[in-house]
Design a protein around this ligand. Structure first.
Ligand SMILES: [Zn+2]
Length: 104
């Protein structure tokens, strides 16, 4: 009997394997793996935090209406992901992680 996986189950199975590989690499180099939720990272201004809403995928750059900073979509998302990771690293370093379950 074969049990078929849904596309979501397949996605999470692949994600789990990728995370295990990344964790292995980080362990080998003495680094910490921090996984962040990428939700809205391309929509939120990395400079002021303004949420500019969804952009079509062909919109590659935008200007924040709040602080007038020009953003490349991918670079802005990378800055937001870095900031989320640094926030989690700070929380982890003070021992709050296990109580707050911030890595979910
Ligand atoms: Zn802004």
């Amino acid at each position: 009997m074969t049990i078929r996986k849904s596309p979501t189950q397949k996605f999470y199975a692949i994600l789990l394997v990728e995370c295990e590989m990344l964790q292995y690499k980080c362990d080998g180099y003495g680094k910490q793996l921090i996984i962040v939720n990428p939700h809205k990272t391309s929509q939120i201004c990395s400079h002021c935090g303004y949420d500019n809403g969804k952009h079509a995928l062909d919109i590659r750059d935008w200007i924040c209406p709040e602080c007038s900073i020009h953003h490349d979509r991918d670079i802005n998302a990378a800055k937001n992901i870095l900031n989320l990771g640094l926030e989690q690293a700070l929380v982890n370093s003070c021992g709050l992680c296990s109580r707050l379950k911030c890595r979910e």
